[in-house]
Design a protein around this ligand. Structure first.
Ligand code: KG4
Ligand code: ZN
Length: 355
């Protein structure tokens, strides 16, 4: 039997993306349009994001179909991100896609953005299959999961304040680097010394025990404040410009140290040595290298291909196929939610009572 043709649409933040997949692993066409209207503000402006999605969604979708050489009426399944994300932005993609699906009398599948990031890694890497430990790190979320099977997600840890990507974006802004911050910090860090400044490793101490509340959790806002304090001192003495690479390298090292340490705690506690990275921060080569360096023999790191790390619609289409086969179809009244709960997510045994 031939695999179904899926049209996926992603508009949860500032990328408008459409992709046509045949089955979960074959991308026939994909367009990702990053909105640069936000650059001058150093962050995403929700109202501008929604308007831009609306202005380009037709062309973006046509582009993906054209690349794929597929007519709209040949699509078997329509899928869009339903959350979490910016509500106005989400509503544009979800409503547009849902309308098409119902007009053409095809199934519509709403998709959770972070579950999509997990499937995004598995598109090009067919060995990224459960059981695995997942580290999902994006601009809005930082999640450490044990994944015994697709659709079953045990939450080990999450951020108590800023997400990892958000910390990169905020620190880049403080350092006068561009948006999104992660890639700019990674480039600046290459010519800096990661030991130049000793920034805190928040919520990480070697003495923590597995039954302590913050054993697997993350916190990045104090680290950001530590960078701000340093930046102010250096600025007062006119040394800031020279120190940007050292600040970037030292900050990046602090974030990566904590991400790696907590992921390794999960690996040791569960005995699962397959680790799957997902989300925009998974594009970081420094993070990948650091994780690869500490995985035990026989362990493997699965990271997304560069075009599938940051927001894209192929991951939405791939996750939708799984959800479709699980019977999770959208209805005419299905809507977007800024705080959509992660489907199938439960607090890992023991982790709940600790709070
Ligand atoms: O998944 P994503 O594209 O959008 C959200 O769902 O939020 O993730 C975007 C985040 C941004 O915060 C960006 O700074 C970060 O991913 N990012 C990186 C790198 N590339 C993107 N962070 C660190 N290092 C990178 N190379
Ligand atoms: Zn994302």
């Amino acid at each position: 039997m031939t695999q179904p043709l899926v049209l996926g649409i992603e508009t949860s933040c500032d990328e408008t993306s459409a992709a046509v997949l045949r089955g979960p692993h074959t991308i026939l066409g994909q367009v990702i349009l990053s909105q640069d209207a936000h650059e001058v503000y150093g962050g995403v402006v929700p109202e501008i994001a929604a308007r831009e999605h609306l202005a380009v969604i037709d062309d973006v979708s046509d582009g993906a179909l054209r690349q794929a050489g597929v007519e709209l009426r040949a699509i078997d399944l329509f899928a869009a991100t339903a959350g979490p994300g910016l509500i106005g932005a989400l509503l544009v993609g979800l409503t547009w896609t849902k309308s098409l699906a119902f007009a053409l009398n095809r199934p519509f599948v709403p998709v959770h953005h972070m579950e999509a990031h997990l499937f995004g890694t598995a598109i090009d890497d067919v060995e990224a299959v459960p059981p695995f430990i997942a580290l999902l790190v994006s601009g809005g979320h930082t999640l450490l999961l044990r994944v015994p099977a697709w659709g079953r997600y045990e939450l080990l840890g999450e951020t108590r304040d800023d997400a990892a990507g958000e910390a990169f974006d905020k620190v880049a802004k403080i350092l006068g680097l561009g948006y999104p911050g992660g890639p700019h910090i990674e480039v600046a860090a290459r010519s800096g010394n990661p030991a130049a400044f000793s920034f805190p490793r928040p919520m990480f101490a070697a003495s923590q025990e597995p039954d302590e509340p913050d054993y697997y959790d993350f916190s990045f806002s104090g680290l950001k404040t530590a960078v701000v304090t340093r930046v102010r001192e250096l600025d007062r003495t006119q040394r800031l410009t020279d120190e940007v690479p050292n600040l970037a390298a030292s900050f990046q090292a602090a974030v990566i140290d904590v991400l790696v340490a907590k992921t390794m705690r999960a690996v040791r506690a569960t005995g699962i040595t397959r680790v799957v990275l997902g989300g925009g921060v998974a594009a970081s080569r420094a993070l990948r290298a650091a994780l690869e360096a500490v995985l035990p023999a026989g362990g493997r790191l699965h990271a997304p291909s560069p075009r599938l790390a940051t927001d894209n619609a192929a991951m939405v289409a791939s996750a939708a196929l799984f959800r479709y086969r699980a019977g999770d179809l959208g209805m005419l009244d299905t809507t977007a939610r800024a705080d959509l709960p992660f489907p199938g997510l439960v607090r890992a045994l023991g982790a709940g009572e600790r709070r």
